[in-house]
Design a protein around this ligand. Structure first.
Ligand code: EPU
Length: 343
């Protein structure tokens, strides 16, 4: 087990923010975690689990031992009559995993193509896009407990999935598992027969434009990739962490109240009678699109995405985020909740 010291984390977070890990160890298997826990110096040290770094804002160097999850593996576990079960090592790229299932002829993940990050990070924030969330395709996952070194298997109900949320984001004081375990493998359930998920407006538009109303899984993936490329910055070119805030959910009364003043408010009715508002629209309406504080900016094509204009620090990203929260609260009375984890 090699522990590296003074490792730059700039290329390990999609925002490209500067930070240094005092010490870092690469985890390629469950046994690696157990070896680490038995280590005389590092076994009991505070630990920080790093996946693809696509949902992180580093505002400082990391003193805890960084566990960089690099568990490899892609396999078909089982082909049943009602579903295909596939398994991925937590260190695999999410997008590569999606494309791998499609190249094997299995649909089900196409709406979530091109989401940055690793497979292991996907359940942590229950990633989602274009009408599907990870929880809709989740079977189970394996995680190693960071105290006992035991591997446990968790089912969907045990993961407590919510909108961009799971038990892995919730602190131990609330019964959560944040910082308590390392996810090493994730199994996904791709239902058979495959049925497309085409309700999202951007996909409806593609169907109308192309005249193709019976797309294949691969065609849907191509549409999703094109839609994402048109409005979301590629983290390899412009540092970012995807949507910076969650879309807020408000009561019908509050939604009506805002519409009375701002008739163009983008809102979606939820099954329980509440309304989800497009945070990007709220931020845009406050005039933030294209604005910057230091090296941190609001993306020109999607106001919900904060970007690194090249030299941003995590502090500048946080300052910009707070300024946006204040102006959205001032105008709409809504508190935007950040999606990424701030370190
Ligand atoms: N809008 C504006 N101005 C903007 C941005 C958005 O007016 O600058 C309005 C538009 O009317 C647009 C609507 O807001 O139609 C919704 O925008 P979009 O379709 O881009 O979706 P979103 O609600 O901003 C969510 C997810 C994305 C996911 C897309 C597609 C959250 C926080 N974000 O964004 O997920 O890709 O839907 O399903 O739920 C992520 O979580 O990192 C992420 C990128």
């Amino acid at each position: 087990m090699a522990v590296e010291s003074g490792v730059s984390l700039r290329t390990f977070n999609t925002f490209g923010l500067p930070a240094v890990a005092k010490s870092l160890v690469r985890i390629r298997s469950d046994a690696d975690v157990r070896r680490l826990l038995a280590h005389p110096e590092f076994g009991r040290a505070p630990k920080f689990v790093l996946g693809g770094g696509s949902n992180l804002v580093f505002t400082r160097d990391v003193q805890s031992l960084v566990l960089k999850v690099e568990v490899p593996g892609k396999r078909i576990v089982e082909v049943r009559t009602d579903a295909v079960i596939v398994e991925f090592g937590a260190g695999e790229s999410w997008h590569d995993a999606v494309m791998w299932t499609l190249s094997h002829g299995f649909g089900g993940l196409e709406n979530m193509a091109l989401i940055p990050g690793t497979v292991g990070a996907a359940p942590v924030q229950n990633i989602g896009a274009y009408g599907l969330e990870l929880k809709d395709r989740f079977d189970s996952l394996d995680a190693v407990d960071l105290v006992t070194g035991r591997t446990v298997t968790l089912s969907a109900p045990q993961c407590h999935f919510g909108y961009r949320d799971s038990v892995f984001k919730q602190p131990a004081s609330d019964g959560g598992l944040a910082g308590k375990s390392v996810i090493t493998r994730v199994r996904l359930r791709l239902p058979l027969p495959w049925l497309p998920t085409l309700g999202y407006l951007d996909l409806q538009r593609r169907m109308d434009e192309t005249g193709n109303h019976t797309p294949t899984p691969m065609e849907i993936a191509d549409w999703v990739i094109a839609i994402r490329r048109a409005k979301l910055p590629d983290p390899a070119v412009i540092g970012n962490a995807g949507s910076f805030f969650k879309n807020p959910v408000v009561s019908e009364a509050q939604c009506r109240d805002i519409i009375a003043r701002d008739p163009h408010l983008v809102h979606y009715a939820m099954p329980d009678g509440s309304f989800k508002l497009a945070a990007g629209w709220l931020i845009d309406a406050c005039g933030w699109k294209g604005k910057s504080i230091g090296g941190a900016g609001v993306y020109e094509k999607q106001a919900l995405v904060l970007v690194n204009r090249g030299s941003a620090t995590g502090g500048e990203v946080v300052t910009l985020a707070r300024a946006i929260q204040e102006s959205v609260y001032g105008r709409f009375g809504i508190r935007l909740e950040p999606e990424p984890v701030v370190i």
